[in-house]
Design a protein around this ligand. Sequence first.
Ligand code: 4AD
Ligand code: MG
Length: 431
Amino acid sequence: MTDFKTIQQAIDKGSGKVHLRGWIYRERNSNKFRFIVLRDATNIIQCVIKKEEVDERLWDLSVSLGIETSVEVTGTIKEDKRAPTGYEVDVSDFKVIGESHSFPIQKDQSAEFLLDQRHLWVRSRYMTSILKVRHTVFQAFREFFNKKGFFESHMPMFTPTSCEGGSTVFAVKYFNDKVYLTQSWQLYAEAVVFGLEKIYTIAPCFRAEKSKTSRHLSEFWMGEMEAAWMDLEAVTKNAEQLIEYIVQSVLKNNRQELEILKRDVKPLQKIKAPFHHLTYDEVLEVLNSKDKLNITWGKDLRTVEEDALMKHFDKPVIVMRYPKNTMAFYKPIDPENPKVALCFDMLAPEGYGEIVGGSQRDTDIHGLIKSLNKEGELLKNYQWYLDLRRFGSVPHSGYGVGMERIVSWVCGLDNIKDSIPFPRTMLRKSP
Ligand code: 4AD
Ligand code: MG
């Protein structure tokens, strides 16, 4: 059997005979030479086919190779400072595995065209670099919680109720009934946490977001944690450590990808806990005095306000204690100020918006019933959830991290759609 090396292994080896396989990334012809840049999952490498050194059949075949043809290549690798990754393979033999003619993607095509061709565009160095960073972000999330003794735990995607309010749920036919695609694992996590105490997940979430912003997907992945005995201060501290851990893991593991993406790493190097902490009231003070905005107390912060605020900071900001009446039903009132809830959002610098949302959970059954009634929810749908307050309830808290928002931020992307292989938004459901 042929001993194929990855391109990176071949580069690390640096000399001698190598067998490679991959796809033609770029090609250039002259009368005597054919330069092919070969790519695989690990890297790219320049290969040269010399007319004088190969037989006529191979030379003629080499002239017909189109972009994205898959090939096996045998040759001798050596250092060559002029080549894109510093090494070159002098080809002695190659074999076409899958032909490719008139590959539709060329340079400088519109974002919409690339989204239509996403099934082919996912091979690009741009997309594979993002997907490698995404891999690190997911791994780092799991590592962080595994090291702290959390259990990974999974909740249903089909749910009879909403978690974050009914305006953004997707209803689906469920046999002869109707259910919703989950907006968050949280309500179920609150049940399991009274058994396992510390749990986490990364799972798809669905929101029928009508907003066509560069930050919203209708299907996205949320990393969530829930922990018994944790209060608001403890849970925000945990979130801070997590975000530092993820960003520093990407800096450690993905230098090459960040370079390909032309991401300036300096702002990311500053992402070390502690972050800035502000209350909602303090945020209004900044916005109304420094930015001369005129926000009345009680309004939820939208993208414009978040962006204005974040112009003043180069580390994430944790905004705590939002007005209770704009918040999801499970967020408890602050006993020291009943107008606000014991909750927080974490906002990313550089204009990437809300990356984390979390809170202490209301353990007061009367408070919960009042909030559910106010939202017009049917109490009978929440009886199981209310049971959690009837049988040995304890203080507990949790949060959710928008995994694509993190990937967008650390990669420095213009649009969240590039942070996931096949994005789903209000206007896009294919390929
Ligand atoms: O702030 P959210 O809505 O919080 C919850 O769903 C809680 N139940 C989580 C919890 O406490 N376990 O969502 C959490 C995060 C947001 O901060 C944001 O980063 C991301 O999920 N997010 C989205 N990301 C992409 N597209 C969307 N449409 C998103 N909606 C929320
Ligand atoms: Mg939120």
